[in-house]
Design a protein around this ligand. Structure first.
Ligand code: UD1
Length: 432
């Protein structure tokens, strides 16, 4: 009853109203239309008795677009999309670019999300120009039709960059989730370091996961609001970890072996660095016969084929298709340590008490290294074997890394972002 009354009020405001909590103050902004004579006390009655989360009530004509294209974006935006859908009367459009296909679809299913639009851009051996051009063209039309008040992008993929650019071209404000990561090496990672710097320069809302990311943004001279919220990946991880996920791989005995969980996909590791990494893996397996290597393959043949050629026949190597996210979380929980060039895994593993050896020359997540949960080992075979050997052979070195505290968030990032976006939109729409 009270909910209906509230919705009626919002409707009668012709879409120009918002009710929300900000810093514990209840705020109603709007003008009740003629022919809807309501006294302030009646509005207050409706608000107090409403079962809806008032903090998120906003006129339904205000819409936002959340854009994603790759698997990590899907994982990191899923909790945010859920929060917007559950807690907000703001119209949320989830748009897939289709930069990835199968790898995104499985995340969407896991979090029970449906896309409103799909640009379906993925092609075999797609170039960065393909991704950028097709995303720009596809979103131009969609943004004209929807006229969103805000476009939300995540991270540093080419989907995120080109979606931000498409929004900028139509002067739509941009919210950047996971803003402020930097290696300060323009070509490492490539093209991600450039992507995130470019997004920062055109976004209005910057959601930084850590204090260091906030400092990086200030140093970059960005305009707009910077908010430190933690990383939404922790929200996703904690939700999935609670459901006791399993990871079963044919032939792999989790009790018998100490399992090394590995992933490799980055462009800067293609070619010789990848070969070196694989040599490092072989050395570790040879030195520690009680270990097994679980390596979920990326779909890209450029990384997939060399890995298959080198490791497929090894008795203690288990190559699988990309694990779905709940299996992956199950694997992190059960493995002994991680060797990876993935950014997300550097953030996730510490929450589950697992050390990470980072197979890259740089990291935009030095917080993990400083906290002691991750170690930057690069792509040299000997360096990889030495670092892994230390963790496998020295229990105290292992415990030191396994027990460090996760610096990336406490699982409330999405909730904070929804609050801030709601407040921002109320100001932006200049509701009188
Ligand atoms: C992209 C991101 C990278 C992110 C990674 C996560 C850019 C430039 N890079 O890199 O930041 O860490 O995603 O995975 O945005 N493919 C499939 N099916 C899929 C997904 C990919 O077949 O579901 C194949 C396609 O042939 C595609 C190739 O993989 O051409 C490479 O995909 P692409 O998105 O271009 O680059 P990634 O290496 O995945």
């Amino acid at each position: 009853m009270a909910n209906n009354l509230l919705r009626k009020i919002l409707r009668s405001c012709n879409g120009r109203a918002i009710i929300y909590y900000f810093k514990n103050i209840l705020i109603f902004k709007g003008r009740i239309g003629q022919g809807f004579p309501l006294h302030a006390s009646e509005i207050l009655y409706a608000i107090i008795n409403s079962q809806t989360q008032i903090s998120q009530m906003i006129a339904p004509s205000v819409s936002i677009c959340i854009i994603l294209g790759t698997r990590p974006e899907a994982i990191k935006l899923a909790p945010l999309i859920q929060q917007f859908r559950d807690r907000s009367s703001l119209k949320t459009h989830t748009i897939l670019t289709g930069q990835h296909r199968e790898m995104v679809d499985s995340v969407m299913q896991l979090f029970q999300l449906e896309a409103d639009r799909d640009l379906n851009i993925m092609r075999p051996k797609q170039s960065l120009t393909d991704i950028t051009g097709n995303t720009l063209r596809g979103l131009e039309e969609i943004f004209r039709e929807i006229a969103p008040s805000l476009v939300v992008v995540q991270g540093d993929t080419t989907t995120a960059f080109s979606s931000a650019l498409a929004a900028f071209y139509q002067q739509i404000p941009i919210a950047h989730v996971e803003a402020g990561l930097r290696t300060d090496d323009l070509f490492n990672p490539y093209p991600e370091e450039a992507n995130r710097r470019l997004i920062s320069q055109i976004a209005q809302l910057h959601f930084a996961p850590t204090p260091l990311a906030v400092d990086n943004l200030k140093r970059s001279g960005v305009t707009g609001e910077i908010h430190q919220t933690g990383n939404t990946v922790i929200d996703a991880l904690l939700t999935v970890a609670k459901s006791h996920p399993e990871c079963q791989v044919r032939g792999l005995d989790w009790e018998r072996h100490r399992v090394l969980l590995a992933t490799v996909h980055r462009r800067e590791n293609w070619g010789q660095p990848l070969e070196n990494i694989l040599s490092g893996f072989e050395q570790v397996l040879a030195e520690f016969p009680d270990t097994a290597l679980l390596l979920p393959l990326h779909r890209n043949p450029i990384v997939r084929t060399p890995i298959q050629n080198r490791l497929e026949k090894h008795a203690r190597v288990f190559l699988t298709e990309p694990l779905d996210y709940s299996q992956l979380v199950g694997a992190i929980q059960k493995c002994y340590l991680l060797l990876t060039d993935s950014g997300g895994l550097q953030e996730e593993a510490p929450s589950l008490g697992k050390p990470v050896l980072v197979l890259r020359e740089t990291t935009e997540r030095p917080e993990a290294v400083a906290a002691g949960t991750a170690k930057l080992v690069g792509t040299n075979a000997e360096a990889i074997a030495k670092a892994a050997s230390r963790l496998l052979g020295d229990p105290s070195a292992y415990q030191l890394m396994a027990n460090a505290i996760n610096p990336f968030g406490d699982g409330t990032a999405s909730e904070q972002i929804v609050q801030i976006v709601t407040h921002y939109l109320s100001e932006k729409e200049k509701i009188k």
